[in-house]
Ligand binder design. Structure first.
Ligand SMILES: [Ca+2]
Length: 345
């Protein structure tokens, strides 16, 4: 590509010269020492441009598991994922600019009455039905890593955290009276968080949420998954502040250069479900912002859902760094010099 960038202006330049033909014929002929030197320098520059490109190539995905935390790293993102924490916790940062860390935690799940039937959980208007299921802080099993390798580089890494729990949607002794709701016996839930990273998207990672065993009170209510999004200074294990510049564009929640992108559909058996998001200040003892993903009722099927977390690339598209631009400019000067020398001959 970069050689192409040089050849195009060189050809344009030469085509404007009356000695164009003579120049190319002359190159094949005996040339003097100045021209030889110029051409050698030009060749060296072309080789030199290739060096930083090769050095900038990715080394694949690095991964490890230690003390309940799975870590992944590429040139563009560093990630820690743990189940054994306050809840399933995704913690990531930009290794090229490690000033702030982002944290997304999947903290609770509950059935909600969609009072205005817009498919969105409107906090303060729509009503939670029964007790929320608070995700367990222990008992998450780690699957080990599955990897895909190409030419000695790890190009894909996959792993899971899984937990099983028994949930009572009408707990006694909490001071809340559920007497106005139909009774619903406790039920067993299995929750799996599957993490996927692909080197072709080195600045982000995906996770699937699998929820199996949910029991509903009403057929027309929503299931709401609540996540918190927080920020910390780099290296802190938990986020404690609101993420700076938190806003939503389309299906992407963005904060500084971090993002949380959601899908507007989920799967339950062969059915596609509608997913809608809302957000606000995190309630109660939680820090940061809360994102509520609402799923339409999926009966007794297994829910499968796959959002994306990541860091934004600095500038999309073609980027020439100052060093490459300098080399291109230098090469152009040498070529012009070579042409001038030929003309003077
Ligand atoms: Ca609503």
């Amino acid at each position: 590509m970069f050689i192409g960038l040089l050849i195009i202006p060189l050809s344009l330049f030469c085509s404007t010269l009356p000695i164009n033909t003579k120049f190319w014929v002359y190159l094949g002929d005996s040339v003097n020492i100045y021209q030889k030197t110029s051409l050698a320098l030009f060749a060296l520059l072309l080789i030199g441009i290739g060096v930083p490109l090769a050095a900038a190539q990715s080394t694949g995905i690095l991964y490890q598991y230690s003390a309940g935390i799975a870590s992944l790293e590429t040139d563009d993102i560093a990630i820690k994922v743990t189940g054994n924490d306050q809840a399933p916790h995704f913690h990531w940062w930009d290794p090229n600019n490690p000033t702030v860390d982002y944290h997304v935690m999947f903290v609770r799940m509950f059935e909600a009455n969609d009072t205005d039937s817009n498919g969105i959980f409107d906090n303060g208007t729509d009503i939670m039905i029964g007790a929320p299921f608070v995700l367990p802080t222990t008992g998450w099993g780690f699957s080990d890593f599955e990897t895909v390798e190409e030419d000695g580089n790890i190009t894909e890494v996959h792993f899971n955290f899984t937990t099983e729990a028994t949930f009572d949607p009408r707990p006694e002794g909490t001071g809340v009276d559920y007497g106005n709701l139909p009774s619903l016996p406790e039920f067993d839930l299995e929750i799996e968080v599957r993490i996927h990273m692909y080197l072709e998207s080195p600045g982000e990672f995906k996770f699937d949420l699998i929820v199996d065993g949910w029991s509903w009170t009403y057929e027309d209510s929503l299931l709401v998954l609540m996540f918190t999004v927080t920020e910390s200074t780099h290296g802190q294990s938990h986020g404690d502040t609101d993420p700076s510049g938190f806003h939503r564009t389309g299906t992407k929640f963005q904060f500084e250069n971090g993002y949380f992108e959601y899908n507007e559909t989920a799967l339950a058996a062969n059915n596609t479900l509608q997913v809608r998001a809302s957000y606000g200040d995190a309630p109660g003892a939680y820090s940061g912002n809360a994102v509520y993903l609402s799923f339409e009722n999926f009966g007794n099927e297994t829910l499968e859902y796959d959002p994306i977390l990541g860091v934004l690339s600095p500038v999309p598209g073609l980027v020439l760094d100052p060093m490459t631009l300098g080399l291109v400019a230098g090469a152009a000067v040498i070529v012009i010099l070579a042409v001038v020398l030929v003309r003077r001959k």
